[in-house]
Design a protein around this ligand. Structure first.
Ligand SMILES: [Zn+2]
Length: 164
């Protein structure tokens, strides 16, 4: 019966056969035909090569996508850390401004203020650190909130996508 299968039918089936979509029975007929027919063998090797190329392109694209996502993730982390550092420094500036602005406004530093600064230098540093940490914590909380909102929106978007 196999011998009666014309080459054009085998040619039609080859793409499905290469993709593994044909049944066991059909596979048997195709294999038997391929063993005897060099024309179809050539056709088969072309399809196999195409599939291999396609698979390598797909895996390359996937690798590139993963690398790209990793890069974005890294940028996001770096910007979060940078933002935290900047907000800490800004927060640390608040006590300085609290002392510095009245000094600038009064047109010069008073003797008693200088004395107080000398005594309270360590207290001032502590105030700067605490103020910096508070601003930094607020920044991180706000960023995390924004991130979770974006995530929720993305999930909603995907759900809408799935419904369509
Ligand atoms: Zn043939």
């Amino acid at each position: 019966m196999n011998d009666k299968i014309p080459c054009n039918i085998i040619h039609d089936l080859l793409p499905l056969y290469v993709d593994g979509l044909t049944t066991e029975e059909t596979n048997g007929y195709i294999k038997e035909h391929l063993e005897k027919c060099s024309d179809c063998q050539k056709e088969y090797s072309v399809y196999k090569k195409e599939l291999a190329t396609l698979e390598s392109i797909t895996s390359n694209t996937e690798k590139k996508e993963v690398a790209y996502l990793k890069k974005i993730n890294l940028y996001q982390k770096a910007s979060l850390i940078l933002g935290a550092i900047i907000s800490f420094l800004l927060g640390a500036c608040i006590p300085i401004l609290k002392v510095g602005v009245p000094v600038i406004l009064s047109g010069g530093i008073q003797e008693y203020q200088l004395a107080r600064l000398r005594v309270a230098w360590s207290v001032g540093l502590m105030k700067m650190a605490i103020s910096g940490l508070i601003v930094c914590a607020v920044y991180i909380i706000v960023m995390l909130m924004i991130k979770s909102v974006i995530k929720r929106k993305k999930i909603n978007f995907n759900e809408k996508d799935a419904k369509c």
